[in-house]
Structure formats: C-alpha cells, structure tokens
Design a protein around this ligand. Sequence first.
Ligand SMILES: Nc1ncnc2c1ncn2[C@@H]1O[C@H](COP(=O)(O)OP(=O)(O)OP(=O)(O)O)[C@@H](O)[C@H]1O
Ligand SMILES: [Mg+2]
Length: 183
Amino acid sequence: MATRDCACGATVWLTGLPSSGKTTIARAVAEQLRAEGHRVEVLDGDEFRETLSAGLGFSREDRHTNVQRIGLVAEVLARNGVLALVPSIAPYADSRRAVRERHRASHTPYLEVHVATPSSTCSERDVKGLYAKQAAGEISGLTGVDDPYEAPDLPDLRIPAHAQTVAESAASLLSLLVERRLI
Ligand SMILES: Nc1ncnc2c1ncn2[C@@H]1O[C@H](COP(=O)(O)OP(=O)(O)OP(=O)(O)O)[C@@H](O)[C@H]1O
Ligand SMILES: [Mg+2]
C-alpha cells in the first residue's frame, strides 16, 4: 500500500488557564499551516460561547456541555480531513476524556496539549481583565482561582508558555504534529 502524505485530519485541544496562551498559540500554528496549504480551523471556546453555546453558564454541568459541543464539531471536521485546533479551557478531566472517546470511536486522531502557564503569570497577563474582576469581587467562578482546573496528567504535549516566546510555543506544537505524522 502506498504511503500518503498525511491529509488525515486531527483535533488538537489546547487546554489551560485563562490567559495561559491557548488562543495565541492556536492562531500562530494555524497561520503557519494555512500558509503551507493545510486545511485548518480554529474552534475557539469564546466563539462557541457566543454562538452554539450561547445561553450556557459556568456551572460544572454547563462547562461540560460546552466542551461536548465543541468536541462534536471538532470531531466532525477532523474526521473529514481538517486539522481542528481547539483553544478552550475545558477545566474538567472527564469532559476532555469524553471528547477523546468520541474521537477514538471514529478512529480520528486526537491530541491534548496543556498550555501550562502558572496562575501567577496568567493573572499578570490578564488579557480579558478577569483576574482583576475576580480580585475585586465583581465576578466569581474564575477557572484556576475560585473554580476548579484539573490539569491533564499525561498530555501529548505540555507547553511552558510562561518561559518561552509565542514562536517557540508554536514550533513545539508543530514539531509534535510532524512527529505524529499529522502534517
Ligand atoms: N509563549 C507564549 N505563548 C502564548 N502566549 C504568550 C506567550 N508568551 C506571551 N504570551 C501572551 O500571553 C497572552 C495569552 O493570551 P490568550 O488570549 O492567548 O490566552 P488564552 O489562554 O486564550 O485565554 P482565555 O482562556 O481567556 O481565552 C497573550 O497576550 C500573548 O501574547
Ligand atoms: Mg482564548
């Protein structure tokens, strides 16, 4: 059987705390891959919150439902040859496991990437001002502060995005994709 250059599709889920760098890394990787002619979609958790998951809140149950919806769309794309990059917090291990199972059931590659920026750096970056609002008592239920974040035990890749540049973080993810023969 002839080997083919991989156009097999995959989901790459980037999990991590708010402001850890998930969206930034996903966009940098997507930009590079698109320039090389790959079919890539970025399914950002924030976009889902405004569209398919509009109306959901931030309870454990709603967060789980949100992640399953994103996971379903990613799996459909990936199964049809698209590289789906998913920067979404996905704080609960069982939610992420269910998404992995969905991919396994259709024999669709699924990688989990932990953007492992520590909470102290995330709260300094505070891209959306959420850490400041939580500290001021204006909001509650912020992941990693006063709401759970279950870091993956065995991610396919852990990115120390507090200790490297965006370009270095993107390069490490691209290397993983090459190593797994997904690009
Ligand atoms: N190595 C790195 N990788 C990614 N982001 C970095 C890195 N170094 C610095 N940053 C900066 O950290 C910030 C990360 O913000 P970003 O919106 O990507 O976080 P996020 O994880 O998507 O957060 P949220 O969950 O709130 O959407 C950006 O301002 C980015 O420029
Ligand atoms: Mg983001």
